[in-house]
Design a protein around this ligand. Structure first.
Ligand code: 4AD
Ligand code: MG
Length: 465
């Protein structure tokens, strides 16, 4: 049989081809039984569910059977039969078994169930073998697929923006430098500064914090684009919601203003949640049962309710009159902290909230300025348990206003000449946003730490795997 013809366990579990022989390969979850008969729960990662392999022990080499322990990798050929036992409808009556790789029960770290999430992070090379991470990785995949499908179906083009950039899109100075200079003896300028003109790209470069600026160049040509790629932030935030390397989805649309931008964000998030509720039922049910009773209830709630839309000033008024004690005091002009965002979403409105029209001094230089001279057309979408899941804005499309803002904020204009030129030639109203992919996976899986929804998290002091 060709490898390509070997069925996935997810398909075999619903097959009705009883009496037919199949070849299966996968990892042993458990083996139980006695000297006469053994039952092996086998999983190939295609589904959370295992297939039961029934072995008539006397027909096999006993030493080989002993090697079929939790974590071992085996190939089994056998006949598909209707199951008499409880909990499954089909099983495989084994004819031949080959052991690809044993897993010594004395040392295999996943021998027992019920490890803490913290422990599993220390064995990130093995945790995909657990039910929990299998479910999360499958949901992550289906979400990524749904993102591409949504945009493709709605006339957006996927644009590949660079990972190495020469500008700081968010202006927050939280970048990882990319350099091939000798760190011990870098070339120096006359002023004893590092001479980046001698570096690989002939200038200072960093890993991108956002594909937005390049995305805007695409939107001002193809009308609707999106980026979907890794982004990097060297912010030292050791929180359950921050990664130093995370994936961001950034649609950008010409001829689009802040209200259209909010409509898109809401429709997009609801589509993705609906997609996962339909396609990833088994995995969601598992996560709900094991971790979070309210998981699918919460997802359905977001799906069925309109997001609340308020302006920043209103949010501040609500927070100020809430009677709550805050760790970070609230006042007009200050950025909202996670505690404030979660209060608005979880206590006050009890549903997702979109806040717009933030003070311009706490937002990036590219946001469209309102006529009041104080606020900009930024928008944040806030979710229960997560806080900010999307950040976006309408962009300043007027050359002079954008240039003035760059000057006011002391941003090196020489790095942005190309960005400014789009406002000189054929500028157009446009808007977009960035969805933190892991924050979405976090919300949808009900996990409580962002380190558990990306295979190999990058956080301060952690890049082992
Ligand atoms: O709000 P942010 O910084 O917005 C931008 O980068 C814009 N350029 C997006 C745009 O308008 N095209 O980031 C967008 C989202 C946040 O709302 C959050 O979900 C996520 O990215 N995010 C992070 N996720 C994980 N770890 C971090 N350190 C994150 N920083 C931002
Ligand atoms: Mg933000």
């Amino acid at each position: 049989m060709k490898e390509a013809d070997r069925p996935q366990i997810k398909d075999l579990l619903v097959s009705k081809e009883f009496g037919k022989d199949f070849l299966l390969k996968g990892w042993v979850r458990t083996r139980r039984g006695n000297k006469q008969i053994a039952f092996v729960a086998l999983n190939d990662g295609s589904t959370i569910n295992n297939i039961q392999v029934v072995i008539d022990v006397p027909g096999f080499d006993e030493a080989m059977i002993e090697k079929i322990t939790t974590g071992a990798c085996i190939a089994v050929s056998g006949t598909l039969v209707e199951s008499m036992g409880k909990g499954q409808s089909v099983e495989i009556q084994a004819k031949e078994i080959e052991i690809y790789g044993p897993a010594d029960p004395a040392t295999y770290p996943l021998q027992k169930k019920g490890h803490s999430m913290e422990f599993l992070r220390e064995i990130a090379h093995l945790r995909p073998r657990t039910n929990t991470f299998g479910a999360i990785l499958r949901i992550r995949h289906h979400l990524a697929y749904a993102i591409h499908k949504y945009f493709n179906d709605n006339g957006f083009f996927w644009m590949h923006t660079p990972i190495i950039t020469g500008s700081d899109a968010e202006g927050a100075g939280e970048m990882f430098r990319v350099s091939t200079l000798d760190p011990v003896n870098p070339p120096l300028t006359d002023d004893k500064e590092i001479d980046f003109s001698k570096d690989f790209f002939g200038k200072e470069t960093n890993l991108t914090v956002s594909g937005q600026l390049e995305g805007e160049l695409g939107a001002l040509a193809l009308s609707k684009i999106y980026t979907f790629g890794p982004t990097f932030r060297a912010e030292n935030s050791n929180t359950p919601r921050h990664l130093a390397e995370f994936w961001m989805v950034e649609p950008e649309m010409a001829f689009c203003e802040i209200d259209d931008n909010m409509d898109l964000a809401e429709d997009f998030l609801k589509y993705l949640i609906g997609y996962v509720l339909e396609i990833c039922r088994d995995d969601l049910d598992f996560l709900q049962k094991m971790y979070d009773e309210e998981l699918t209830g919460r997802l359905n709630f977001v799906l069925e309710n309109e997001f609340e839309r308020i302006v920043y000033t209103e949010a501040i008024e609500i927070l100020e009159s809430s009677g709550q004690k805050w760790e970070f005091p609230v006042s007009w002009g200050k950025d909202l902290q996670a505690e404030h965002e979660r209060y608005l979403v979880e206590k006050h409105y009890k549903k997702p909230v979109i806040i717009t029209d933030y003070p311009r001094d706490i937002k990036a230089f590219y946001m469209k300025q309102n006529d009041d001279g104080k606020t900009v057309r930024g928008m944040d979408v806030l979710f229960p348990r997560i806080g900010e899941i999307i950040g976006g804005s309408q962009r300043e499309e007027v050359y002079e206003k954008l240039e003035q803002r760059i000057d006011e904020m002391d941003i090196p204009k020489k790095d942005f000449w190309w960005y400014l030129e789009t406002r000189k030639f054929g500028t157009a109203p446009h808007a977009g946003f960035g969805l933190g992919f892991e924050r979405l996976v976090l919300f949808i899986t009900g996990m409580s730490n962002i380190r558990d929804v990306i295979p190999f998290p990058r956080t301060p002091n952690n890049a082992e795997f």
